[in-house]
Design a protein. Structure first.
Length: 477
């Protein structure tokens, strides 16, 4: 096939010749017709539809997987999975094809399931750790012992409630700061430094002056896997040391109280044996002194036994309704002559006949006798002692008030301790054992009541015993 290329005045016309196979020439001629054009369009449409169908067939599993992963992510974000974190993936559509694409989709699905199971396991472990931490925090928080942890940099890593109270730590915000900025106690700092440097446990008692407490510190180095640091446990032993002091004082007081009458008895007896027994003018006096000291010794022993019984056998008392008026009249009868001899006026205000308290009759009698006896001994000649009993709310108040020497303020806190005497010479001279008020206090507590004292030096004292009331119907029943 040939076609003219160009023409010119100087040159002849040029031609381009090409050679095309006859079949292609026929196809090209056909395509230039209308029928050929529509055929091409139809074939192109069929090819496009086939491509779209194949693409949809390949992409559909991926789209399903993506949609369900999005659903899973949304459900995870809103925390609505009640059956575990892997529950949404259980609904994934399983692709069933066997070509490369379907195998890739199934691999991604398996990877997602494994990841979800791992996340599920991690979440479960996190919840367990949170529960363990809450339990440990609760245990440490309710401990009476203070717990303090200081790391190698002297930072406060942990302190429980008891520790904050014991060492006056302001708040939990102190954790993470330098320990000695919050715990200003040089003795504790010395203990922690020694344990941290020498890697040895230390047990020592220290005093906290601001709180007037004695604390026993047990400090040990932390194991290597927990990092370098010191764990210190503080136990408040203030009450224990107070009881030990009271025990030592009790033994000392008992020894002294027993020694005094025994020494007198021994001295008078030796004097009589040395010949004074033949002295008619004095031998009787010596024997009376021996008898008096013997009675004092017996009274002391009986009071000690009574106090021991109250403390060790509180259930031995029969708590029943007791009429107060009868016991008050009995107390006046017993102590009236003693008061008259001392020149003291002893009286009682009228008590309501139906005033009854829950107590043991002998125990309440002992309470009244001890209070009235002490009041008479502490009142000068010409003074007075009065007993008052009245109901107040659901308790009965029994007052024993005097116009005696009174008690100074520094002695009031210890007035109910055993063998504690405000005026030792006066009390011993009156024949007291130093146990009367201690017996009153313990008996009142056994009867579920309380005792208190108000006093002013030089103007007298008033002791108040409060015991639970009972209705008159109970005593008649």
């Amino acid at each position: 096939m040939a076609a003219p290329l160009f023409r010119s005045r100087l040159f002849r016309t040029a031609f381009v010749a090409t050679s095309i196979p006859a079949g292609l020439t026929l196809v090209a001629a056909f395509l230039l017709t209308d029928a050929g054009l529509w055929t091409v369009i139809a074939l192109a449409s069929i090819a496009a539809a086939a491509a779209l169908a194949a693409t949809a067939l390949w992409v559909r599993p991926i789209s399903l997987l993506v949609d369900e992963f999005r659903e899973f992510a949304a459900e995870a974000d809103t925390k609505t999975r009640a059956q575990g974190i892997s529950r949404p993936l259980a609904r994934l559509t399983r692709p069933t094809g066997d070509d490369e694409l379907h195998r890739a989709v199934r691999a991604v699905e398996s990877l997602g399931l494994a990841a979800c199971e791992r996340v599920d396991d991690l979440e479960r472990r996190q919840k367990e750790l949170e529960q363990d931490f809450t339990l440990l925090e609760g245990i440490l928080g309710t401990m009476q012992e203070g717990v303090v942890v200081v790391d190698s940099r002297e930072l406060l890593r942990y302190v429980n409630v008891a520790g904050r109270v014991a060492f006056d730590v302001a708040s939990r915000e102190a954790v993470g700061r330098y320990a000695w900025e919050s715990i200003r106690n040089s003795a504790l700092q010395e203990i922690v430094d020694t344990v941290r440097q020498q890697k040895i446990p230390i047990r020592r008692e220290i005093e906290i002056p601001r709180r007037r407490r004695i604390v026993a510190i047990s400090a040990v180095p932390l194991p290597d896997e927990l990092g370098e640091g010191v764990l210190a446990v503080a136990h408040d032993v203030t009450e224990l040391r107070r009881l030990e002091t009271m025990r030592r004082e009790f033994v000392s007081n008992v020894s002294h109280e027993l020694k005094t009458p025994l020494t007198s008895i021994q001295a008078y007896t030796e004097t009589l044996l040395d010949g004074a027994i033949e002295d008619a003018a004095n031998n009787r006096t010596f024997l009376q002194q021996i008898l008096q000291q013997t009675e004092r010794l017996q009274t002391l022993i009986l009071d000690m036994l009574r106090l021991a019984r109250i403390e060790s056998e509180p259930e031995a008392f029969e708590i029943v309704p007791v009429a107060v008026a009868g016991l008050v009249r009995e107390c006046l009868t017993v102590h009236g002559p003693i008061a008259d001899q001392a020149g003291v006026t002893l009286s009682a205000r009228e008590v309501e006949g139906d005033l009854q308290v829950l107590a043991d009759a002998d125990g309440l009698r002992t309470i009244l006798n001890n209070l009235v006896r002490n009041a008479i001994h502490s009142t000068h000649r010409g003074g007075s002692v009065e007993i008052v009993a009245r109901p107040t709310g659901d308790v009965a108040e029994i007052f024993v008030q005097d116009t005696g020497v009174g008690i100074s303020r520094e002695h009031l806190a210890r007035i109910f301790e055993r063998f504690y005497r405000v005026d030792k010479a006066r009390t011993r001279g009156a024949g007291g054992t130093g146990l009367g008020l201690a017996i009153v206090k313990h008996l009142t507590e056994v009867f579920h009541g309380e005792v208190s004292v108000e006093s002013e030096l030089g103007r007298g004292s008033r002791f108040t015993v409060r015991l639970p009331l009972t209705s008159p119907s109970l005593i008649r029943a």
